[in-house]
Design a protein around this ligand. Structure first.
Ligand SMILES: Nc1ncnc2c1ncn2[C@@H]1O[C@H](COP(=O)(O)OP(=O)(O)OP(=O)(O)O)[C@@H](O)[C@H]1O
Ligand SMILES: [Mg+2]
Length: 299
């Protein structure tokens, strides 16, 4: 593998990429994370999961968070979504300190979190009712979001009658129905087959294009992070801290064909180098225990 190459700043990218980042950086700051850290008290003592980290997200940015397993990605977005307390620091949403969950923040998880006994429409209506919406408008409102994710025809179906991709679209509709300022997504497409996954990525870009929402998206998939994001927050583990915040130099609108472009491949190589440094990739390091005493020569 070659020596680590620095990706040039957006200022040295093509005109369209430069213009896109100049536009993003002049937008108001939607989320300001200031020295947020997290420790857990366990039976074995305190473990420091996240060192104090700070970064800003601008309005309608699409940010991905990647990093090795256990580096604190889920912990970070769970804190920002108000599902977990912070151990130190604070974060501001539209300039105001936020704590606890709120309708201004939505969350979509990897597992299907729909109620199996409710139809698609009732699942989305439930999300609205929990957040204080009521009356006949709720049904209409729910239907608008269901149409937006392309599931108008399945509004009366139950989750068990839907494919994995369809279920995640309902989860997205339910989260968006409360019109959150920021949507947190934790590996939402991790359980989907590759084809459905790439359809969902394009679909999510369309939704993001049509809805005024800022997105923070956790993934393990480098192609997915590059394809979707404006910037990629790369974390390292033990304790979790920011390794790099990459400005993705691939122009928008994005198409799957761009995955073979020079900019895309350079970004992917950079991410590979950050996340899988050479010394950790050897399978010889893995402890493999022999589980058979049969002596067939299989190699
Ligand atoms: N409630 C908890 N109590 C103790 N330790 C925890 C708790 N929640 C998370 N951790 C620890 O914090 C670390 C970060 O966990 P987290 O789930 O945020 O990682 P992650 O980056 O999302 O990993 P993955 O990529 O596998 O989803 C892990 O070492 C985990 O064991
Ligand atoms: Mg996680």
């Amino acid at each position: 593998m070659s020596d680590i190459i620095e990706l040039p700043s957006y200022k040295e990218q093509s005109d369209s990429v430069r213009a896109r980042f100049a536009d993003i950086y002049q937008r108001p700051i939607k989320l300001e994370v200031k020295d947020v850290s997290k420790s857990f008290n366990t039976a074995k003592g305190q473990i420091d999961v996240l060192s104090p980290i700070s970064f800003n997200v601008h309005r309608r940015e699409f940010i991905s968070v990647i990093g090795p397993s256990g580096c604190g990605k889920s912990t970070l977005i769970r804190m920002l979504a108000g599902l977990e307390t912070v151990s130190g620091g604070q974060f501001l949403l539209d300039g105001k300190e936020a704590s606890g969950p709120g309708a201004d923040r939505g969350m979509v998880f990897q597992g299907y979190t729909l109620f199996p006994w409710l139809t698609v429409k009732k699942n989305v209506m439930f999300g609205l009712e929990v957040n204080g919406h009521s009356g006949t408008a709720v049904e209409q409102e729910a239907m608008q979001w269901i149409e937006l994710v392309g599931l108008g025809h399945a509004a009366e179906s139950y989750p068990s009658q839907l494919s994995g991709g369809m279920k995640q679209r309902v989860a997205i509709a339910r989260a968006l129905a409360n019109q959150p300022q920021i949507l947190f997504m934790d590996e939402p497409f991790g359980a989907l087959d590759p084809h459905t996954r790439s359809q969902m990525q394009s679909h999510l870009l369309q939704i993001w294009h049509n809805v005024d929402v800022t997105i923070m998206f956790v993934t393990h998939d480098l192609d997915e992070a590059i394809y979707l994001s404006d910037r990629i927050l790369v974390l390292k583990a033990n304790p979790g801290e920011i390794q790099e915040f990459i400005e993705v130099p691939v122009p928008r609108p994005r198409t799957p064909e761009q995955m073979l472009s020079t900019e895309f491949l350079a970004t992917k190589q950079r991410l590979e180098e950050l996340i899988h440094p050479k010394e950790h990739t050897s399978t010889q390091d893995l402890p493999i225990v022999r589980m058979t005493s049969v002596n067939d020569n299989v190699e």
